[in-house]
Design a protein around this ligand. Sequence first.
Ligand SMILES: [Fe+2]
Length: 260
Amino acid sequence: MSSTAAPAPDLEPQSVISSEIAAIEAGYRQAGAEETQPRLDYPPYRSSLLRHPTSDPLEVDPEAIELWAPCFGDRDVDPLEADLTTGHPGEPIGERVLVAGRLVDGGGRPVRGQLVEIWQANAAGRYSHQCDQHPAPLDPNFTGAGRCLTDEDGWYRFQTIKPGPYPWRNHLNAWRPAHIHFSVFGACFTQRLVTQLYFPGDPLLALDPIHQSIVDQRARDRLVAAYDHDLTSPEWATGYRWDIVLAGGRSTPLEPAGAA
Ligand SMILES: [Fe+2]
């Protein structure tokens, strides 16, 4: 037996959202000023209109924050935490993938010893979280969270399952492209950065207001990993390469924490 959730009649169709996306991008191209980061109030992403920040970031003393913020060191992060396919009684369902890349500064220099955390939906597009009531199956062998520290050359590396797309009710039949959320901590808690990795060739990218809220195509493309045959593990996993660039003209688009 299968069931299909009834669509909400009050949601707008994709055509309305796509028209808005196209108009905003045309305006951006006409203005001619390069933007490399997502727009925080982006009308096609409906909930961003009410919840986007309206004040400048609050300046805080990093040292004062460190008195009560979480802290970690090499000994707190077990290498096994970078493998999201283990730690359960059985194998998770889905396409096994290796995701790896370098964390670098604007000059291409490695950023070493940084805590990289990821979280994601399972192969069916379902998060292992009580807030996710999407009627897709949970996988008892997949939790969808992992972390590691970058090595001396700035490399991070995860083994996981390729996530599925999921609906998110921004508009009628809205689906998030397959993605993995990334968080990178700097030298202290106040430097945390959050972004998302996408997979190449996903037809949902062009339809997704969150991805399209980065209005510059080249900046958008910097969130899309590249299939890398050299990263694959023979007869075990496919491989994707995605570098995170913290500054400069090719910096990775970042977002406020908490996006869908
Ligand atoms: Fe997500």
